[in-house]
Design a protein around this ligand. Structure first.
Ligand SMILES: [Zn+2]
Length: 105
């Protein structure tokens, strides 16, 4: 499990984001959400900080997105191409912060 290998950032979903999610369900799926009740709930999302080994750009990536990619591949750790410098594997890419730090030592 990816959660056991890397340090996960657990970020609380803001009321603003909850309003957007509620609106999304209503508009896309016609599911009405009890907004008052929903706003009272504490909801968290997990992120993994990824950093580019080439340009040092870093970004918190939704853990769901990373787990899906990671579990399908055969890499020892999650790897993403970098949005900032556009580099893909072998030349520069986003890796988990711990891997980045180990590589830069
Ligand atoms: Zn980069």
């Amino acid at each position: 499990m990816i959660e056991n290998q890397f340090k996960i950032k657990r970020i609380k979903v803001t009321d603003e984001e909850k309003r957007e999610i509620a609106l999304y369900y209503l508009e896309k799926h016609s599911i009405p959400v009890d907004l008052d009740a929903y706003l009272k709930m504490e909801i968290f999302e997990d992120f993994l900080e990824m950093k580019c080994v080439k340009c040092d750009y870093s970004e918190d990536i939704d853990l769901d997105v990373i787990s899906d990619l990671y579990e399908l591949g055969d890499d020892p750790y999650p790897v993403l191409s970098c949005d900032k410098c556009g580099h893909k594997r072998k030349s520069g890419y986003l890796v988990p912060l711990e891997i980045y730090n180990a590589k830069k030592k």
